[in-house]
Design a protein around this ligand. Structure first.
Ligand code: GCB
Length: 573
C-alpha cells in the first residue's frame, strides 16, 4: 500500500473538516459512558462519524480508493449504506477500493463507526471487568484494565482520503540501499495491480534538484548512483544531512499510464557487539521518546504541532525519537526523513503484561500489525530500528515462543534493520531478550525504586548495564529514564515532582552514561519529550509529567540541561 500522492495520473480528495458525530446510544448499547460522557467513551459504544462527498464524473474511468490513515480501534465503514470495510487496530493505514457503492452522479454518504474497546487479542491488549454488585456500583459499571498509562483516545485520528489510480496501477514499491565506496546501490522491486496487460516499467532516480541520476527498466533491478549523497542523521555530517532522492516510476499498459514518486534515502544500518553504525560510522542516539498528544487535539493529526515539535527537537539537538508506543502519523515520519531525525519505530505492542495476552489470536494479530507497520515504513531512511513491543512480560516460558515468532517474522519482512523490544526487567529469568539485535532498556532508579534518592542512580545504572552485558554481547540504548515534574514547582533542597529534582535526577544518569558511552552504550532517550494525558491514576497529576516540555510545549529547567548535553555530544563527532 503506497501513501496517496498526487501525480499526473493520480488525484486525491482529502475529507478533512468537521464531520457529523454522535455516540451510538441504541438501547442495547447503553452501557459504557463512564465519568464525563464521551470523554472516556469505551465498550460496546460505537462513535459514529458521518460526512458527505461528491466525486468528479471523470472518476468513472478510474480505480477509486478510500483510505484511512488511522482510526482507533475497531472500524466499520459504509458508503451509501453499503458496508465496504472493517479494520481492527489503530495507528496504521487501511484502505478499500470502492466499486458499486460509489455514486458518481450525486452525493455519497460516508458513515464510520469506531470503537476503542481493547480485548486480550488487541494491540495494545486490555480486559474489561464488570462490577456487578449493584449495592456498590451503578448498573453497567466496569473497569477497563490496561497496562499502559497514555490515554486510549478513540476516533478517526488522521486523514481520510479518496484517491484515484488508473485501473492498471503501481501497487507497491520496495527500495533497499547499500553503499560501496562513493556509489549508492539501489535495489528496487515494483508490484503492479490490476489486469496489467502488456506492462512496461520505466524507473528514474531523481536527485534533490529533480535531475535523473540513474535509470531502470524492469520491475526488479539494481541501480547505481555514482558520487552518492548519503542520508545522515542530523549532526552526523557537515554536508547537508538527510539527503533525499525520489524514485519516479512510470508504468504503462494497454489501460494507460500510472506515475508514482517514492522518496527514499541511501544509507546503511548495522549493529556490532558494541556499536550502532549508520553508513559505517558510530551513531549515538540521543533523543526522546514522544507521544502523539496535545491539548484540545488529543491524538489527532495537527500540522502546526508537528512543525513546533520538530523545531523543538532541533533546538534540543536531538538526533532520534522513538515512536512510543505505536507508529506515528506518516506526516511525522516524513519530517524525520527530511530533517534527519532517526527513528525507532515501535508497534502498538505495549501492555503485554499477562500470559492471557500470549494466545494464538494475540500472536496472529501481532504478526499482522508487523506486516502493516513494515509495509508502511520500509522505504524510510530515518527508520533505523523496529521495536515490536514495550515492556512486555518476559519472565514466563510462553514469552519465548511469542517473541521469537514476532521478532523472526519482522526480520523476514525486513532483513536490513535491527529488531528489538524494549525491556523493563531482566536480564535474570528472561526468556525473550536473547532474540533482539540491540538492547533497549527503560530504567527508573530513584523514581519507582528508592524514590528521592538520587545518590543510588550512578551505582544502579552501572550495575544494571554491566549485568546485561554479561548476558548479551550487544549494544545498549536506554530508551527511557525520567521523573515526573510539575512545571513551576520549585523546592530547595530538591524534592520529587520539582524542577530541581528532575535536573538533579537526570544529571546523575548522565554521569553514569558518560562512563559507558564510548564502550557499549549507543543511546540515551529521556522520558518524555513532553507531558502527556494518561488514564486517571494516583501517580499522575493530570497526566504524566515526565516531559522536558509541558503539554503546551514550554520548556522546563530540564530542557535546557538536555540542550546543553546533546549539543556537546554532537560537537564531539
Ligand atoms: C514506562 C512506560 C511509559 C510510562 C513510563 C512512566 O516504563 O514505558 O509508557 O509512561 O514508564 O512514566 O511510568
Amino acid at each position: 500500500m503506497l501513501y496517496p500522492r498526487f501525480s499526473e495520473t493520480r488525484t486525491i480528495i482529502e475529507m478533512n473538516g468537521m464531520w457529523k458525530f454522535r455516540a451510538d446510544m441504541s438501547p442495547s448499547r447503553n452501557e459504557g459512558f463512564i465519568k464525563s460522557g464521551t470523554h472516556s467513551h469505551c465498550r460496546r459504544q460505537e462513535m459514529l462519524f458521518l460526512c458527505q462527498v461528491f466525486v468528479p464524473v471523470e472518476w468513472q474511468q478510474k480505480r477509486v480508493v478510500l483510505r484511512f490513515d488511522s482510526a482507533h480501534y475497531n472500524t466499520i465503514v459504509w458508503v451509501n449504506s453499503q458496508e465496504v470495510l472493517r479494520h481492527v487496530g489503530g495507528h496504521l493505514p487501511f484502505e478499500v477500493q470502492l466499486k458499486s457503492s460509489l455514486n458518481i452522479n450525486g452525493a455519497n454518504r460516508l458513515t464510520v463507526a469506531v470503537n476503542n474497546t481493547l480485548t486480550p487479542s488487541t494491540l495494545p491488549p486490555g480486559t474489561i471487568h464488570y462490577m456487578k454488585d449493584t449495592n456498590r456500583y451503578p448498573p453497567g459499571y466496569f473497569v477497563q484494565d490496561i497496562s499502559f498509562d497514555f490515554f486510549n483516545y478513540a476516533g478517526i485520528h488522521r486523514s481520510v482520503k479518496l484517491y484515484t489510480t488508473p485501473t492498471d496501477y503501481i501497487d507497491d514499491i520496495t527500495i533497499v540501499t547499500d553503499v560501496k565506496g562513493s556509489d549508492g546501490i539501489v535495489d528496487y522491486l515494483i508490484a503492479g495491480g490490476g489486469p496489467t496487460n502488456g506492462t512496461t516499467i520505466e524507473v528514474e532516480v531523481l536527485d534533490a534538484d529533480g535531475i535523473a541520476v540513474a535509470t531502470g527498466h524492469k520491475q526488479n533491478e539494481q541501480m547505481i548512483i555514482h558520487n552518492v549523497n548519503l542520508w545522515w542523521p542530523f549532526g552526523m555530517s557537515k554536508k547537508p544531512t538527510a539527503y533525499m532522492y525520489t524514485l519516479k516510476v512510470t508504468m504503462t499498459s494497454d489501460a494507460g499510464i500510472d506515475v508514482y514518486r517514492q522518496p527514499f534515502g541511501v544509507r546503511t544500518v548495522k549493529v556490532t557487539s558494541t556499536q550502532l553504525l549508520i553508513n559505517n560510522k558510530p551513531f549515538y542516539c540521543h533523543g526522546v521518546p514522544k507521544h502523539e498528544d496535545s491539548d484540545i487535539r488529543g491524538k489527532g493529526l495537527d500540522y502546526a504541532l508537528i512543525a513546533k515539535d520538530f523545531n523543538l527537537l532541533k533546538w534540543l539537538g536531538a538526533t532520534c525519537i522513538r515512536t512510543s508506543h505505536y507508529p506515528y502519523a506518516e506526516e511525522i515520519m516524513d519530517q524525520c526523513d527530511q530533517q534527519g531525525i532517526a527513528v525507532i519505530v515501535e508497534s502498538p505492542g505495549v501492555g503485554i503484561t499477562s500470559v492471557a495476552y500470549f494466545g494464538n489470536a494475540s500472536l496472529s494479530h501481532h504478526l499482522e500489525v508487523m506486516n502493516e507497520m513494515v509495509r508502511r515504513d520500509k522505504n524510510r531512511p530515518a527508520v533505523i530500528i523496529w521495536s515490536v513491543a514495550n515492556e512486555p512480560l518476559v519472565t514466563v516460558p510462553q514469552a519465548e515462543h511469542y517473541f521469537n515468532s514476532v521478532i523472526m517474522h519482522t526480520k523476514n519482512l525486513d532483513p536490513t534493520r535491527p529488531v528489538t523490544f524494549v525491556a523493563a526487567v531482566g536480564p535474570d529469568g528472561d526468556y525473550a531478550t536473547k532474540y533482539v539485535d540491540i538492547l533497549c532498556i527503560n530504567r527508573y532508579f530513584a523514581w519507582y525504586h528508592d524514590c528521592g534518592h538520587t545518590e543510588v542512580i550512578q551505582k544502579q545504572v552501572e550495575y544494571d548495564m554491566n549485568k546485561w552485558r554479561e548476558h548479551h554481547n550487544i549494544p545498549i540504548i536506554v530508551t527511557e529514564y525520567g521523573a515526573d515534574t510539575v512545571a513551576g514547582l520549585h523546592q530547595s533542597p530538591s524534592y520529587v515532582f520539582t524542577e530541581e529534582y528532575q535536573v538533579e535526577f537526570l544529571s546523575e544518569y548522565h554521569a553514569a552514561f558518560d562512563k559507558m558511552r564510548k564502550k557499549f552504550l549507543v543511546g540515551e532517550m529521556v522520558w518524555n519529550f513532553a507531558d502527556f494525558m494518561t488514564k486517571e491514576d494516583i501517580t499522575r497529576v493530570v497526566g504524566n509529567r515526565k516531559g522536558l516540555f509541558t503539554r503546551q510545549r514550554q520548556p522546563k529547567m530540564s530542557a535546557h540541561l538536555l540542550k546543553k548535553r546533546y549539543e556537546s555530544i554532537m560537537n564531539e563527532t
